[in-house]
Design a protein around this ligand. Structure first.
Ligand code: URA
Length: 441
């Protein structure tokens, strides 16, 4: 087979055969094709798209380009959850124990943060002692202990996707529904998921800026999931403003604890319950309850401490430390450096999530390159959200760094300015943002 013919077929808008896609992914994985030819094919896919069969074949070939996790030891249906990325997204540490209270086995492979979106692995690592490098052979041991296990993705998971993603990043070919959908679904399938619940974010802090694009991405992933024999449901959620109050690793884990003490922001609780109720249903653990009743039951279990008890089990099972006060011990203490005041009277109209994400990276909470070290204590904590009435001078948020980290005033003031500019006001009443926009299945 000739790679140039594959490029030409896609350039002229023809569907690629399964054999051509197999050759493409094998050549990428074995590194027998130069980057310039792969880049040309990626660009042709961006411009001319792929049909459902092509996307599904691409997904399955990328999934099987490395090790496929075998979760057959799991007693029940292994349901995975995936977010297409956001700012302040601390849903996994809530949803995993929440689902476990219904007997849903929780096996979660997560990534580290890169760019302005955070990573679940970094968040769990901010709990002192928590081990995120669990080998697959040890999963059953952890599942027996707490019913849950969370681990970092290994390099052998869908290696073709890793190579392609790195190329897409530098060739202007990230932004393509077939490429994003197959990239995400390949990792879920390689991870062993038998059913998948997707949190497809939309807004300034998400890949998909508009609801229309988020719907297109969600339905592409659902079609791939169904063709690949994995029941898939997508919840479309708002990422125009950060989710909840905190952005940054320790700060977000502190917020998770607050949520599980029954004192969480309503948007976080709403998104967590929308996702969990679908995961519980797909796992067949809904006990005949409708989605609406399940969502209510999820809220109740968050409120009454049932989920907190499970969360402690997860933390302890993976070596994390819980203090006598009941709070997890963190690797760093967030130190409040500076506050951002409202610049006018009125209602908060917008808090642009992507800018907040970038400011938090500037403060040290995230990475620009994979090699960057993060400050676990750094980040931003919001006291006001979209729709809140404020007076000029009211504190909207505080900026933090780790107590042991040397302050960098220049970065701090740059971040403060960015954040202040990212907040807009209106003299008219503004409705709070709707956290869950729709559910597609
Ligand atoms: N997340 C992924 O895993 N892949 C993409 O292509 C985009 C977001």
């Amino acid at each position: 087979m000739n790679f140039v013919d594959i490029i030409l077929d896609k350039r002229y808008g023809r569907a690629l055969s399964d054999e051509q896609i197999d050759f493409f992914i094998k050549s990428v994985t074995d590194k027998t094709v130069p980057d310039y030819q792969v880049s040309a094919l990626l660009m042709a896919i961006v411009l001319n798209g792929m049909d459902d069969r092509e996307m599904t074949t691409l997904t399955m070939k990328m999934a099987s380009s490395g090790e496929m996790n075998d979760l057959s030891f799991v007693d029940g249906i292994a349901v995975d959850k995936h977010s297409t990325g956001g700012v302040g997204d601390k849903i996994t540490p809530i949803v995993l124990p929440l689902c476990a209270t219904f007997g849903v086995p929780g096996v979660k492979l997560s990534g580290r943060g890169l760019g302005f979106t955070g990573g679940t692995v970094d968040k769990f690592e901010s709990v002192k002692g928590f081990n995120v490098q669990v080998s697959q052979e040890d999963f059953p041991k952890y599942l027996e202990k707490s019913g849950m296990v969370i681990s970092g993705q290994t390099p052998s998971l869908a290696p073709a996707d890793k190579i392609l993603y790195a190329l897409r990043d530098v060739t202007g070919t990230v932004d393509s529904i077939p490429l994003i959908a197959s990239s995400i679904m390949s990792k879920k399938i390689a991870g062993g998921a038998q059913a998948i619940v997707l949190d497809v974010t939309c807004g300034s802090g998400a890949f998909m800026k508009t609801e229309e694009d988020a719907r297109k991405l969600a339905s592409a992933m659902i079609r791939i999931g169904n063709l690949a024999g994995r029941k898939t449901v997508a919840v479309i959620t708002n990422m125009d403003e950060p989710l909840g109050k905190a952005v940054g690793n320790v700060l977000e884990m502190q917020e998770v604890h607050e949520v599980l003490l029954g004192r969480g922001s309503s948007d976080v609780v709403e998104v967590a319950c929308a996702l969990a109720s679908r995961m519980i249903t797909l796992a067949g653990k809904n006990d005949g309850m409708s989605i609406e009743s399940l969502e209510e039951e999820c809220k109740k279990r968050i409120q009454d401490g049932t989920v907190l008890a499970k969360y402690y089990e997860l933390i302890i099972s993976q070596g994390g430390n819980i203090l006598p006060s009941g709070a997890p011990e963190y690797v760093e203490k967030p130190f409040e450096d500076i506050r951002v005041p409202a610049t006018q009277d009125g209602y908060i109209k917008g808090i642009q999530a992507d800018v907040i994400g970038k400011a938090s990276v500037m403060l040290g909470a995230g990475r620009l390159t994979k090699e960057d070290k993060i400050d676990y204590g750094a980040g931003i904590c919001f006291y006001r959200k979209v729709g809140d009435k404020v007076k000029r001078g009211d504190v909207i948020c505080s900026l933090y760094r780790g107590e042991s980290v040397t302050p960098d005033d220049e970065k701090l003031f740059d971040a403060m300015e960015m954040i202040s500019d990212a907040i807009t006001y209106s003299s008219e009443i503004v409705e709070p943002t709707k956290a869950v926009i729709d559910v597609l299945d």
